[in-house]
Design a protein around this ligand. Structure first.
Ligand code: SF4
Ligand code: SF4
Length: 349
């Protein structure tokens, strides 16, 4: 391992159909009310699966970290009773792009920090993952942050070739998934076509940061760039869409919901966003980032500075989701390059 095999176009539906017959499979499918747009969802049949799709709005992290997650239920008896409601069913996540594979890897690291978070690794252990290669659009900048050819976190990875898909077998779980599948050895020609696909993909990435992640982290720390943050934040609505669509954002809030009779309820975890006005509001009414420009600045430092220094990699996979989602047209590449240029010119304030 890794081994490379070929699955022909004719064999692909049968392979995914068998996986769906064996257990739950989540993958990209077309939105019922938005033809041409795709989302990760549970698949009823192989016909639902779309392997060639433009990046989804919500990343596949939702398979392991749902937007709303019931952690446990409770009864207010004396003593109180707690009931675990965690789903332990194994499932398969398919059709994950390289940038999103990298996003899963980054969340593996983030949630493993002490005190380690328990739900993410438990959910990750339930899943087998199949990655697929993709075609960039004008928002993608994976080549700037090292995620363009990521194979992190996946068991099988599929690359389009003339006669079907080149299948990289990356783990024993991947080998197991192929056990009764119609696959053959890859020829030199198959390898060459897959490499050509990767080269073409890289060449098709048109957006990019004007500095390496290491240099950008250093440049961000050279000044406050307050004028730039003021200008960007004057357009920002503090809607939080840039966070909720991000494959590497991992913040959440926890609330207890009580039944109407006040005899019990459930503890619920929901996605949170550092761009929302109340995110840094603490007891006593103090808000550590009350002003919008402070929150906008925080997002950039979080992605490219603080977490870069902690993990040695930017917490951005170059997926472009935040730029696509922003109704104020705040583009992460444009703003980053504005900062890079200002820092190189010695702008401090
Ligand atoms: S999506 Fe755009 S408008 Fe909304 S919080 Fe993010 S930067 Fe601001
Ligand atoms: S910050 Fe934006 S481009 Fe980077 S990973 Fe998050 S959504 Fe994707």
């Amino acid at each position: 391992m890794p081994t490379e095999l070929v699955m022909t176009h004719e064999a692909v539906p049968g392979f995914f159909g068998r996986l769906i017959d064996e257990g739950p499979v989540m993958g990209p499918r077309e939105r019922a009310r938005q033809p041409g747009f795709h989302h990760f969802d549970w698949l009823d049949s192989a016909d639902d699966l779309v392997l060639e799709y433009q990046t989804t709005t919500i990343p596949p992290k939702k398979a392991f970290f749902p937007p709303r997650d019931v952690l446990f239920e409770f009864d207010l008896t004396d003593p109180p009773e707690f009931r675990a409601v965690r789903d332990a069913t194994p499932f398969t996540l398919v059709g994950v792009h390289p940038c999103d594979l990298e996003g899963l890897r980054l969340l593996d690291d983030a949630y493993a920090q002490e005190p380690a978070e328990a739900c993410w690794p438990a959910n990750r252990a339930r899943a087998r993952i199949i990655g697929v290669d993709c075609t960039p659009d004008e928002y993608c900048f994976c080549t700037s942050v090292g995620s363009c050819h990521s194979r992190a976190a996946c068991d099988l990875f599929l690359t389009p070739i003339e006669r079907g898909r080149l299948v990289e077998v990356l783990t024993g779980a991947g080998e197991e998934m192929l056990r009764v599948s119609d696959v053959t050895e890859a020829s030199d020609e198959d390898h060459a076509q897959a490499q050509q696909w990767r080269d073409d993909k890289e060449a098709a990435v048109t957006a990019g940061l004007d500095a390496s992640p290491a240099e950008f982290a250093d440049l961000l720390a050279t000044g406050d760039f307050t004028d730039i943050w003021h200008e960007i934040s004057s357009r920002c609505y503090s809607c939080g869409s840039c966070n909720t669509t991000c494959p590497t954002c991992f913040c959440f809030d926890i609330n207890d919901e009580f039944d109407l009779g006040l005899t019990g309820g459930r503890r619920v975890r929901t996605w949170d966003s550092c761009q929302l006005a109340e995110f840094a509001l603490v007891a006593g009414g103090h808000n550590f980032r009350r002003l919008r420009w402070q929150r906008v600045k925080h997002r950039w430092h979080r992605k490219f500075d603080y977490l870069y220094r902690e993990f040695g990699t930017p917490y951005c996979t170059g997926c472009g989701r935040c730029s696509r989602a922003c109704t104020a047209d705040i583009n992460i590449v444009d703003v980053s390059n504005q900062i890079i240029e200002a820092a190189r010119q010695g702008v401090q304030g």
